[in-house]
Ligand binder design. Structure first.
Ligand SMILES: *Cc1c(COP(=O)(O)O)cnc(C)c1O
Length: 367
């Protein structure tokens, strides 16, 4: 069976270095806020091209901390509206709503599946204070047009970089394009830890300092609390793993791009809509999404033929039970993507033979 993502094999590829790094931490007796975290924060900030990286517990916390810090700093007020793509993963939206801010979902572009600049403009009201750009599937959602819209309306840009470590916009990495970015190092992401981990990047010193405190009980100084914070820390073991894996991120992404190119040139079944890629530098293929009208049938067919696939995502946020206020709203582009999307196996360790087999199976599918 061709797995969607063979994590065991991904980790085994760096087994010696990872085992060495993990035992170094185990034997050091120092497990939180130590040298490994400091080293990772420095290397990740410089990799992304931001002045600061602050490690935290996971990607949702990273995004949550950004908004929380702006509330604490008085730059946002409860009830402010934050524009967010309607077809994102639920965590992007939770980070907004769970801070007492109002998420305003807007439709993506039907070709790129990324948030539409026109729809952003139409959704702006006097209460709009920020736009969250989610580089979904690993593709850059930022553009000069979005930058201009946000600048002219004085809106902050938050990037959800959970799926796009290493992705470029011109020569800059995603995660350095807006005012702040949340990153997830969930094991399956392009840069993945061996458990939960996350980080915020920003070049705003005051924001970085507030986030560091809020993630550590709200205190800059032990036992002195300026904010009502929480505990969200990146631990030393995960940081040590990330220090190893960051060195391979660009090579891993290059391999993902090769796989994507093979899919794009190899899949010729007219019932399949391939993703439209105008620039391979601006995509790191966390996900390789195809659309098919009869998606569930395609997925079953591939399962029977030994190819594991996933759906990103089966239910859009506005139709989730936890957001009843949106359940009657209609987002046709988002709903079509959720109805038709299927994610093909892609990872740095999938072989050319496996990719060829997936292509062959898909080309033989009759809907
Ligand atoms: C994975 C993911 C998150 C959340 O990250 P966790 O580390 O799982 O909390 C947020 N946004 C997007 C787009 C993601 O894919």
């Amino acid at each position: 069976m061709i797995k969607f993502l063979d994590l065991e094999k991904v980790t085994a590829g760096h087994a010696n270095e990872i085992n060495e790094a993990v035992s170094r931490v185990v034997n050091s007796g120092w497990y939180l806020l130590g040298e490994e975290v400091k080293k990772f924060e420095n290397s990740y900030a410089s990799y992304i091209g931001a002045d600061y990286a602050i490690g935290c517990g996971n990607g949702l916390d990273a995004l949550w901390l950004i908004f929380r810090a702006w509330l604490e700093l008085g730059e946002l007020q409860q009830g402010d509206e934050i524009i967010v793509p309607a077809n994102t993963y639920i965590a992007s939206i939770l980070a907004i709503s769970e801070n007492g801010l109002t998420p305003v979902p807007v439709e993506p572009d039907p070709i790129t599946y990324q948030i539409s600049p026109e729809k952003i403009e139409q959704a702006i009201t006097p209460r709009t204070k920020a736009v969250m750009l989610v580089h979904l599937y690993g593709q850059c959602a930022y553009s000069n047009r979005i930058e201009e819209i946000c600048r002219s309306h004085n809106l902050k840009i938050v990037e959800d970089n959970a799926q796009s470590h290493g992705c470029l916009f011109e020569r800059r990495h995603t995660g350095s394009l807006g005012h702040a970015a949340g990153h997830s190092f969930y094991p399956g992401k392009n840069l993945g830890a061996l458990g939960d981990a996350g980080a915020v990047t920003t070049s705003d010193e005051a924001l970085a300092s507030a986030i560091r405190a809020i993630a550590n009980y709200g205190s800059h100084k032990k036992y002195v609390c300026r904010y009502r914070g929480r505990n969200s820390r990146l631990d030393e073991i995960q940081a040590a793993v990330l220090n190893v894996k960051l060195r391979y991120l660009d090579a891993d992404n290059t391999r993902r791009k090769e796989v994507a190119k093979n899919y794009i040139t190899g899949i010729t079944n007219p019932a399949i809509t391939l993703p439209s890629i105008d620039n391979y530098d601006s995509h790191v293929f966390h996900i390789f999404p195809v659309l098919a009208k009869n998606r569930d049938n395609l997925q079953q067919y591939l399962t029977h033929n030994g190819v594991q696939t996933l759906i990103h995502y089966p239910i859009p946020p506005h139709l989730q039970e936890c957001y009843p206020q949106w359940n009657r709203m209609s987002f046709p582009v988002t709903e079509k993507i959720h109805r038709e999307e299927l994610s093909l196996p892609i990872s740095p360790i999938i072989s050319n033979e496996e990719v060829a087999e997936v292509i062959d199976k898909i080309n033989r599918w009759h809907q």
